[in-house]
Design a protein. Structure first.
Length: 143
């Protein structure tokens, strides 16, 4: 039996996942990190993107989109406190494309630095959602 680590993924809306995993991949602020059982302790901020939880060879990985948050790693526990989180299969590509278009328009029509920064943040989140959808499509088309 492969080694596992307990993973908890929660957001303000509630718990999305709690269980054992063989590996976790997350979008840390400085780049994607891979967390295996017995990983060294770590606390880092996360940027918008895909969290992938490898549940083992017999099961499909769990894909969750997060808009950002905090990742805490202990040798036997990975905790992801997401600002918002959505199971990848529930992402709406049309809504993400519309949000991207609106954010790009708001950046062009900016009235203040605050509005520009907010539009930049919304654009980054929409692009991350679209990237997550694309990654999942590529993985599922290979199977």
């Amino acid at each position: 039996m492969a080694m596992t680590v307990h993973v908890d993924i929660v957001s303000a809306e509630g718990e999305l996942f709690s269980g054992l995993a063989e590996m976790v991949f997350a979008p840390a602020e400085m780049g994607e990190v891979g967390i295996a059982p017995r990983h060294a302790p770590l606390v880092t901020r996360m940027k918008p993107g895909e969290v992938r939880v490898d549940l083992g060879a017999e099961k499909e990985p769990l894909d969750i989109f997060i808009s950002g948050g905090i990742l805490e790693v202990q040798p036997d526990l990975v905790t992801i406190l997401a600002d918002t989180a959505v199971r990848a299969e529930d992402l709406d590509e049309a809504a993400a494309l519309e949000a991207k278009k609106e954010a790009e328009k708001a950046m062009k029509d900016r009235a203040s630095e605050f509005e520009y920064a907010k539009a930049q943040s919304e654009l980054a989140e929409a692009v991350a959602q679209l990237r997550t959808i694309q990654k999942i499509r590529e993985r599922t088309s290979k199977h």
